[in-house]
Design a protein around this ligand. Sequence first.
Ligand code: ADP
Length: 346
Amino acid sequence: MREKVFSAIFFSAAIVWAIATLVVIALSGNLRLSKEALYTIVTASIVGILIIALIAVMISGWIADSISEELNKIDWDKPDESNVKSEFLPLIERISKKNEQIASQMNELKCEHESRDRMRREFTANVSHELKTPLTSISGFAEIIRDGLVKREEDVNRFAGNIYDEAQRLITLVGDIIKLSQLDEEALPVKWEDVDLYEICSAVLEQLRPVAETRGIELELWGESTVIYGVWQIIDEIIFNLCDNAVKYNRDSGFVKVTIDRFDDRVEVAVRDNGIGISPEEHERVFERFYRVNKSHSKDIGGTGLGLSIVKHGVAFLNAEYHIESNLGDGTRIKVVFKNKLRNDS
Ligand code: ADP
């Protein structure tokens, strides 16, 4: 800074000085000055330049010192309390605003960190609980068989069946936990590619058809081949969980309608059922980990409480959105909006 102030003072004064000297020399013919007088003028101008340089050094030093002295007076943590000259007040105002911004960002980060921490702790506690329940049942059934308390063959088969069911529940649960934590950590080995939503929906409905038929639930798919750029595995998981729920939480002889609508800038996949429905106050909560509206009913029908969390995280991973419309007794409609580039878009 000192150099810049010096240059500004020195060059402006030197230019004025040089112009004045040149004017004098130019007029020297008219003024009929002697050679000695001219020599004296040139010498005086050189000495003058040197004096200007000296003054510039002093003034620039003085200006730089007074600025740095004012800057040093600023208390960067509490700039408002700094006793500085009025020229520095706009700077003080900007520092205060920046400090406020930093403080609010730090606060947000702290809150986010705390809430993540709390979620992690809750998740660990929930996982332990969810794992313990089927393991306790398996251990209990096995113990009864081991101690020879089950005599009849059909009872042995029934107990073995119970052990098998609980083991299957554990496998599903562990599978869902792995999927969710991979989505959480963004550690899923994903491959972005062209994915036909119609193909996925159709395969998912075929997979669910045998279970749906046992309860007379009709499965319908509306739309046509629609290809988006996405991750097959995640989209399959989202659509499977939505359709699986639409069947699980349906009534006998109900229906599940899947529609694919293509718009200029997006594709919407909606899964609608006329099952038991979800009351509006539960809409947000059902997407939380392990949250079930009716815990025992969900467990009876093989729910882990993680299906809609996987949907939520999968949708976020794909930069998509979800919307839920549902009322108790009126069925449920969950729509996923994919904003990814369509294959045919340039
Ligand atoms: P679960 O494995 O228990 O089905 P989800 O995360 O998939 O867990 O769903 C959370 C809860 O939301 C379910 O336990 C159920 O109470 C409710 N739910 C989800 N989908 C539907 C639906 N289509 N109709 C009614 N209730 C639903």
